[in-house]
Design a protein around this ligand. Sequence first.
Ligand SMILES: [Fe+2]
Ligand SMILES: [Fe+2]
Length: 202
Amino acid sequence: MDALESLAAEHRLIRRTVDAFEQYVGYVEARVPTERAELRKFMSFFEDFVALHHHDTEETLLFPALDAAGVDWNGEPLARLRREHDQEHYLMRSLANAAQQLEEWSEPERLHFLSIAKTFVAFQRSHMRFESAEVYTLAEKVLSELARARLAKDAERYDDAARGKNTRLTEIADALIRRFLLNECSPCEGTDRVSRNAAGPR
Ligand SMILES: [Fe+2]
Ligand SMILES: [Fe+2]
């Protein structure tokens, strides 16, 4: 598959998982009982698929290809993207720390989680919107046919090496989307149902 199409497909999966995560955050905000294990599943997808696989493909294959095609490595948009990836990793680390805590969160810890989680959701959406609209489009314009074929080959090699792991992470994301976005299995079973609007982040 063409590398840009493959990255765009990954953005679609990430976007849906972020939507599901927003729903999970809404439950935490509405004090609907939720499993900490579910948060750990979200973080496993965000850290291992988004930060490790997706960002790695962008940073080690796409950005150097753009650099080689004449896009300034230290100018916009590449410098901005590298800064944003760093910022995103920081937010993920904070969320992962909250996920690893086994005991009940204190009220300040719950509020801190909500603040970081909402920042992460907004940040992730804006980052992917920028990449899709500005950077992937720029790549389509500036990369030669040969550069694009080379990029596709390198990306395929990356995908092949991570196939088993990514299949498992995609299954985790699909299950989270079904559970939190499509509401196939409510986390509030046994308690009063909370409407999507009431449970959504405010
Ligand atoms: Fe990115
Ligand atoms: Fe991306």
